[in-house]
Design a protein around this ligand. Structure first.
Ligand SMILES: Cc1cc2nc3c(=O)[nH]c(=O)nc-3n(C[C@H](O)[C@H](O)[C@H](O)COP(=O)(O)O)c2cc1C
Length: 487
């Protein structure tokens, strides 16, 4: 209630000045008038629905909030030194937003993914209302919402959007009492019609080597019930999975997940640590004849609102490098046709989407930009649970400020405007389908006199090049990659 104190003080002073103007002297009106106006302004702040900061901090919120977390990058061009190759023959943008079919040969229920979706954000890291607003926005715009590793909560289901159910090393939502993976529970929940895909989180950019962390301040009674943990105690997901310890076991587990999920698209998310490690996974896929339906590559520039910032000091590859590595490894092993690549890490604009598609992704996910759409002001309070706008907190007194209907519409408008912008850029480049984008469409200025395309800057493998006999630059990593060792 402390955050209402300035306004309450104004109300009290206004009441006092009003009483004094009636009883002591009419001169008190000089003070009562402005104070009453301020008190009414504060009441208006609390009643409006558009700005949660003002609802939670009437009057004072008008001064703004010190931004501590860098807001998701918002830029007009992809990056200061990067731009798109002009086309001699632009085409009209397609009437319908393009979608990408996710589902390889072993998938029986393929899913048509939008070009931009809600990245993994768990209930726990985010409030129930934030999760609900994201889900409703996703339902309005027919795009997907990733549940994050905190489990498939009722708030996700109530949102009505298409869900990608993510499980991490804590197996929340399908966890045995000993912390292992409970197959029956997973199968039951994965069968829900809202769940369109299932995903296994290996790592994320902001915490490539560690498990997810949910600070005790955010472990409310509901979260504790949801995850099967102790209320108020920090939850640390184990750094490693218990159900597999080698790349071969990983791909076999993914196959098992898909089987338990009734054939729904199944994939994994990672922040690539080394080329050799990802090649080991590709070798395991080849050896077992099993492929996931998608891989989500998260960049080291990715965010986490849940864990301490220190984890970000052990980064994996930035998104450009990770994406190009994964795309090349899959092309070079002849597996690219079966596996879709999603990309996350700093995606906020249409230009960001086009840039990532040109670098090898099929679709993109955004976390912090979607959080901004539900009202995040970058206050940097996520780990403390004292989010001033009700987005990343479990404090019901803060969460009340977030108006689900208003924010759901914003999420929907943000996603639609961003995808439309991407489609317009593609059309200007002469490309109608995302698959038509190539590294040649993306240029980078390397010095004051030189501009080169990504096709020239990076090595792009031919289909099957690795299995046929790896090019010199890949030979050492290919030889060292072992399907039975993560390395
Ligand atoms: C508050 C918060 C919670 C997150 N929770 C998860 C999670 O549960 N699982 C996961 O795979 N990634 C999680 N992430 C990472 C995001 O899904 C995303 O990969 C990363 O933030 C990069 O995307 P961005 O730059 O659009 O934020 C979280 C990120 C944030 C900011």
């Amino acid at each position: 209630m402390r955050r209402f104190a300035p306004w309450l003080l104004v109300v009290l002073c206004a009441a006092g000045a009003l009483a004094a103007s009636c009883t002591v002297s009419a001169r008190w009106w000089w003070a009562a008038g402005p104070l009453l106006a301020l008190a009414l302004l504060g009441a208006r702040d609390m009643l409006q629905r558009r700005r949660a900061l003002l609802r939670n901090h009437p009057l004072v919120g008008r001064l703004g909030y010190p931004v501590r977390e860098p807001a998701p990058p918002v830029h007009v061009t992809p990056a200061a030194q990067e731009f798109f190759a002009p086309s001699a023959g632009p085409v009209p943008p397609p009437e319908e937003e393009p979608r990408v079919r996710v589902g390889g040969p072993d998938c029986t229920l393929p899913y048509d993914m939008a070009l931009l979706n809600v990245s993994a954000l768990s209930f726990g890291a985010l409030s129930a209302r934030a999760v609900l607003a994201l889900g409703r926005g996703a339902a309005l715009g027919r795009f997907a919402q990733d549940t994050g590793e905190g489990g498939l909560s009722d708030h996700h289901l109530r949102g009505g959007g298409d869900l990608v159910w993510e499980i991490g090393s804590g197996y929340f939502g399908c966890r045995r009492p000993d912390g292992g993976f409970e197959e029956r529970e997973f199968a039951d929940r994965a069968a829900l019609p809202e769940v369109k895909c299932v995903s296994l989180k290996l790592s994320q950019g902001a915490a490539p080597g560690g498990g997810g962390v949910l600070p005790g301040a955010k472990v409310s009674a509901e979260i504790a019930r949801e995850r099967g943990v102790v209320q108020g105690r920090t939850v640390v997901s184990p750094p490693c999975h218990r159900v597999f310890s080698t790349p071969r076991e990983l791909v076999l587990f993914l196959a098992r997940m898909r089987e338990l999920a009734g054939g729904k698209p199944t994939g994994f998310k990672l922040c690539v640590r080394s080329r050799r490690q990802f090649l080991a996974v590709c070798k395991a896929m080849l050896a077992e004849g099993v492929t996931p339906d998608f891989v989500v590559v998260d960049g080291a520039e990715g965010g986490t609102g849940a864990g301490p910032a220190g984890l970000a000091e052990r980064p994996g590859m930035v998104l450009t490098e990770g994406l190009i590595t994964v795309h090349n490894a899959l092309v070079g092993t002849g597996l690219r046709d079966r596996i879709r690549i999603g990309a996350s890490g700093g995606i906020a604009t249409g230009a960001d989407i086009v840039r990532r598609l040109a670098q090898g992704a099929d679709y993109t996910n955004a976390a912090r930009a979607m959080m901004a759409a539900v009202g995040c002001v970058g206050a940097g309070r996520c780990p403390t649970g004292a989010c001033p706008v009700g987005v990343a907190t479990q404090d019901p007194w803060r969460v009340w400020a977030l108006h689900v209907g208003d924010k759901a519409r914003r999420v929907r408008h943000y996603q639609r405007a961003t995808v439309r912008s991407a489609v317009r850029i593609m059309a200007a480049l002469g490309v109608r389908e995302p698959g038509g984008l190539t590294p040649g469409h993306l240029l980078r200025r390397t010095d004051a006199r030189t501009v080169r395309s990504y096709a020239e800057l990076y090595e792009w493998l031919e289909p099957g090049a690795l299995t046929a006999g790896p090019p010199a630059d890949w030979a050492a990593d290919w030889a060292a990659a072992d399907p039975d060792v993560f390395g």
